[in-house]
Every structure is written in C-alpha cells, then in structure tokens.
Design a protein around this ligand. Structure first.
Ligand code: NAP
Length: 429
C-alpha cells in the first residue's frame, strides 16, 4: 500500500460535504481501488462555525482559502467554491503553479479559463481534473477522453441542466406555466434563489464549451456559444409540441459547421422516439456520435451532493493511481482555435410560436413573411386560446437554412399584429 494522497479541500457546501461523506463511507474500497488511502488533511470555507453535518475536527481548518495551495505536504487541492473568477481562480492558478494536482467541479471557471489552467497544469506536470464540472455524476468526460478517444466525434449534444429539465418536465406533466413551476422548484431546492444562470442557459453553455473542447480537440470557446433559455416557453408550447409528437428540452449542441465549430444552447423540440425525450426530472444526458463507435448515450444525475462527489472522488482516485492525462484529452498546445461556424448555413427544422391579435389578415402577414424569406411551412396551427391577450399560432417549418427563419422573424419584427415576442425552438434532427 502506498503513501496516502493528501488532499486540501476548499468549499464545504453541497459538494464539499458530499466529498467528505463519500470518502468516509467508501474509505476501504477506495483505498483498495486507488492502491493508497485518500486523506483530507486541511479544509477551508467562509464560516468556520457553520454546522455542516460532518465532523471537521479531524482536519486542519485554514482561514485563508488561498493558502491551501501551499498547504504543507498536500498533493492535491480540491476546489468546490464556485465562480468563474475570484477565490476559485486564484486557488487554481497558485495550486497549479506550485505543482499541486487540482480537482474542481467549477464549470464556470473552466469555461472561461480552462485553456490557461490546462497550460499551467502541463507546465508544472500536475493533474487538472474536472469530471464533476459537466453533468455532475455522469462520467462523460472520462467517456469521451478515454473510452471514445479513438473516434472523430461528429456531434456532441445533450441535456446539461437539471433545473431546466425539472421545470420543463413538470410543466409538461402538470400543464402549468413556467413562473409557477420555477417558484416551486426554488422552494424544493431544485433551483437557486437567483436561477438566471440555469434558466437562461448559461450553466449549460459553460458545460457545452468544456465538452466541445474535449470532443473536437479545440480550445474552450464559451464566448462562441449561442445561448437561449427556457423563460419564454409556455405550457401551451409544450402542449402543442406534444400534439405534434415532441417534447421540449433545453439542449446544448456542438458540431463542426461551416467555418468552425457550431455551439448552441436552446430549447428544442425533441422527437418522442429520441432518447433525450425520455430524460425527465433533474436528470442529465449526453449523446456523442463517434465515427467508429456510433452513438453513445450517457445518462444519470447531473447534480446533487452524492453524484457530484462521486465524480470528484473518481478524479482523486485517478490521481492517486498516477493515471491522469491531458485535461482536454490532448496537450494544450494541440488544441486548435475553434472558430465560429455560421449558423445561418446550418439546415434544420424549427417551431415558431406567435401570439397575435385576433383580427383578419394576421395569418396572411405571417405566411407572407415566411414565403418572402424562403421558409417552407410544414404545418400551421391556430389555437383559439387566448395567451397574452391574443391568439396562438404555431408553425413547424420544413428543413431549410436557419438564416431563412431568422430573416422571416426579422421581417415580422415590430408588426402591429403580434402581441409580445415570437418564440423559436429548433427541432432536434
Ligand atoms: N451542487 C451541485 O449539485 C453541483 C453539481 C455540479 C457542479 N457543482 C459545482 O461545484 C461547486 C460547488 O458547488 P456547491 O453546490 O457545493 O456550492 P455551495 O453549496 O454554495 O458551497 C460553496 C462553498 O464554498 C464556500 N465559499 C464560498 N465563497 C467562498 C470564499 N470567498 N472563500 C472560501 N470559501 C468560500 C462556502 O463557504 P460557507 O459554507 O462557509 O459559506 C461553501 O462551503 C460549484 O462550482 C458548482 O458549480 C455543483
């Protein structure tokens, strides 16, 4: 049995507490699997007096979180604070510069600073691991970095935010509107007090940019992700989608396109015969299409103390075994700039919902805008129900360039016939 892997742990909230509990519960098994014990030696958070439901008296408490990076004899720093910059980033930089291994669940930091941190890790020959940063407990990074490493990946996509999926599933099951279900999700602890990162698609975009870098061998390019959230999806949209044979899901998609990588997080209509349509509640799922392996589906809990701690400790076990490679599946200097694909060139089908005034000529105006922009309509459904004081019209387009749909919406911008903003959802092909 080798010497213990000594861990300095920053952040003792949901995930940090879970890591301590997991290491306590599975201590013997983990020691046998890792070939050596994994021991927390020092911890840090903001409030020393907070009861966290775990015994912290056996660990050294460090007030100055940044100093964990140089805690004597610590081999690895685990960062479970969060935030793209601030104390998490300071800790990451100083720990890696000091040659310590670094494990994090912090997708925001990796989306913004992943390349720099990977370069630092390589320069110091230190481990940088972040399985928990994408899809919580699902070993999707390991799956892509290792299991699917022999493949060229054509497309990676999935349900990357459990809060949105919980809300959309509940809206569908109970026919309730977004605001009401969000409030309930907050009361149940499934959504943050400030839910904007989740419901506006930013959290999923952080994760997508990390996955894309690993899948395509590109530098993480969070700024290139087109981001849309679920705030404006109505119960009526979900009901309409269901009557057409679809479920509404917030899906992040990354694929190679014209002039670079195409990356987008947006509400999609997912056909009922697609596995993502059956991912309900706070579950996450990721699909990767490899040129030799075919379609891979990873599914499981995308958040929560247990699943996220499972991923963090799996990274620690890899480090304890000395089995860690390049963070983004290849050396940082091999990662190429992603470039940004022109989404207008991308072909697909779309769902468009308009709320319109109940008056003569409105349908003709919308149909004319579609025709003039070159959008071919597959079906147009007018529902008598009043929504926002108007009548709802839903259109499903035939496959065509996304540019045409954008142009049709542009033509209708400011139209006196529309009540509020139209909603566009792409149809997962
Ligand atoms: N929760 C999940 O299910 C989940 C899933 C995947 C990834 N993640 C990621 O995991 C990370 C941690 O998430 P969490 O849910 O565990 O967060 P959390 O429950 O809010 O815990 C954050 C911890 O960081 C500490 N902290 C905050 N600011 C600090 C500062 N300036 N200096 C030192 N410590 C500070 C807090 O200290 P006090 O307790 O003293 O206030 C707390 O212990 C985030 O990056 C998150 O995105 C979370």
């Amino acid at each position: 049995m080798g010497d213990a892997l000594r861990v300095a742990l920053a952040g003792l909230g949901t995930v940090g507490g879970g890591v301590i509990r997991l290491l306590d519960t599975n201590r013997d098994l983990i020691t046998r699997r890792a070939g050596r014990p994994i021991e927390i030696v020092a911890v840090s958070a903001r409030d020393r007096t907070k009861d966290r439901g775990v015994d912290l008296s056996r660990f050294a408490w460090v007030d100055d979180t940044a100093s964990l990076a140089s805690y004597p004899d610590a081999d690895v720093v685990v960062e479970l604070i969060g935030g793209s910059d601030g104390p998490a980033l300071t800790l990451a930089r100083t720990a890696l510069d000091a040659g310590r291994g670094f494990v994090t669940a912090n997708k925001a930091m990796l989306a913004h600073h992943g390349l720099e941190l990977a370069q630092k890790a390589e320069a110091a020959n230190a481990a940088l691991k972040f399985e928990a940063a994408v899809a919580g407990g699902i070993p999707v990074i390991k799956g892509l970095r290792e299991g699917a490493a022999a493949n060229a990946i054509a497309r990676v996509y999935g349900i990357l935010n459990g809060t949105c999926n919980f809300i959309l599933s509940k809206m569908e099951a109970e026919g309730r509107d977004f605001a009401e279900v969000l409030a309930e999700a907050q009361a149940l602890g499934y959504a943050e007090a400030d839910p904007s990162f989740d419901i506006d698609g930013v959290d999923a975009a952080h994760k997508l940019s990390i996955l894309a870098a690993i899948a395509f061998g590109t530098q993480p390019a969070f700024g290139d992700v087109a981001i849309g959230g679920v705030r404006h999806v109505l119960a009526a949209d979900i009901a309409q989608a269901a009557s057409l044979g679809y479920r509404v899901r917030l899906v992040g998609v990354a694929e190679e396109g014209a002039g670079g990588l195409f990356q987008r997080v947006h509400p999609h209509l997912v056909p009922l015969d697609h596995p993502l349509a059956h991912v309900t509640g706070s579950t996450n799922a990721v699909v990767a299409e490899g040129n030799f392996v075919g379609r891979l589906l990873f599914q499981g809990a995308g958040a929560g103390d247990g699943p996220t701690a499972s991923a963090v400790v799996a990274d620690l076990i890899d480090i304890a075994r000395g089995e860690y490679g390049a963070s983004f599946a290849m050396p940082a200097h091999e990662l190429i700039p992603a470039g940004k694909a022109d989404s207008g060139e991308r072909r697909g089908r779309a769902y468009l919902r308009f709320t319109v005034q109940d008056k003569v000529g409105v349908l003709a105006e919308i149909a004319a805008a579609m025709r003039d922009a070159g959008v071919s309509i597959e079906s147009l459904i007018q529902r008598g129900e009043a929504a926002d004081g108007g009548v709802m019209i839903a259109i499903v387009t035939h496959e065509g360039p996304e540019r045409a749909v954008a142009q049709a919406l542009e033509r209708l911008r400011g139209s006196q016939s529309l009540v509020g903003q139209p909603l566009l959802m792409h149809i997962l092909g």
